[in-house]
Design a binder for this molecule. Structure first.
Ligand code: PEP
Ligand code: MN
Length: 293
């Protein structure tokens, strides 16, 4: 067991209250490695996922996919079913977007991650994606958690924007309980009284989750801030705080993006960030995952 500190109420999690059984860390060295088509989360390597918020068309996906790959991203992100606040906003290309996802994955050879909201779409999405994303708005959706618990695909579980740490851990427990232990947790910002930023990125969640749980933890600085110029700062803060990876929105023409342009990095800014992250990872005794590993 880890050393107990009776003054630290979060240690209650380790003591069995709330009663996590599977995802709680029981020993210092316990660590789940999550594998997405050979890309490993949870080891020494820090994995960077990047791509557009939403897949818009073939040309956009080709331009962004190639640029993030050339800058060192190991997994391509791209939403096709988009959870939008307004029903009048672009909802994603839906099923048609999945075909583009398969196409780009074959063309550039990067594994892909995309969000599923409707459990009825899960089987179809599994035919096109290497990793299934559960978004912030669905972290509490237990029927969806139960479905992804029964598949054999890695899951990217994002923290609900108003979810506590133990609620996130219990959501992961739902999935792992049904036999799918390939779960990566993602801190993506929480709602606070601050309105300048879209959400408040909870940096403390990184060491906390890693202390309480043996699943890999990554950070989304794009949704976590809502401002592209903050993304490099927050990415570095996340790596300094021990994150096992990052998921970053990139767009080649942010002003024309159909979703989240204001928080998307231009490809050249992403490239610079990757160079900076390599140096920082080394200081942290880690390294940025590359295809040469
Ligand atoms: C996303 O990653 O595209 C997304 C919608 O994120 P979140 O669920 O964290 O808002
Ligand atoms: Mn987005």
């Amino acid at each position: 067991m880890l050393k107990q500190d009776p003054t630290d109420h979060q240690e209650n999690l380790l003591n069995g209250y709330p009663p996590l059984k599977l995802v709680n860390r029981k020993t210092e060295n316990e660590q789940t490695i999550v594998q997405v088509a050979g890309v490993k989360f949870g080891g020494v390597d820090i994995v960077v996922i990047a791509g557009p918020c939403s897949i818009e068309n073939k040309e956009q996906l080709w331009a962004i996919g190639n640029s993030v790959k050339n800058s060192g991203a190991r997994i391509l992100r791209g939403g096709v079913y988009k959870p939008r606040t307004s029903p009048y906003s672009f909802q994603g290309l839906q099923d048609d977007g999945l075909k583009l996802l398969s196409w780009i994955r074959n063309e550039i050879g990067l594994p892909v991650v995309t969000e599923v909201m409707d459990p009825r779409k899960l089987e179809l999405v599994c035919q096109h994606a290497d990793m299934i994303q559960i978004g912030s708005r669905n972290m509490h959706n237990t029927p969806l958690l139960n479905e992804v618990g029964q598949i054999r695909k890695p899951v990217l579980l994002k923290r609900g924007m108003s979810a506590t740490i133990d609620e996130l851990l219990f959501a992961a427990e739902y999935i792992v309980k049904l036999g799918n232990n390939q779960v990566v947790l993602c801190e993506r910002g929480i709602r606070t009284f601050e309105t300048f930023t879209r959400f408040t990125l909870d940096i403390s969640a990184i060491p906390l989750l890693k202390r309480l749980c043996h699943l890999p933890v990554i950070v989304d600085p794009s949704h976590g801030s809502g401002h592209w110029w903050m993304v490099p700062w927050l990415s570095k803060a996340a790596v300094a705080a021990g994150a096992d990876g990052l998921i970053i929105e990139v767009h080649h023409d942010p002003a024309k993006a159909l979703c989240d342009g204001g928080q998307s990095l231009l490809p050249e800014k992403f490239q610079t960030l990757m160079t900076d992250l390599k140096a920082l990872a080394q200081v942290m005794g880690r390294k940025i995952s590359t295809s040469e590993n």
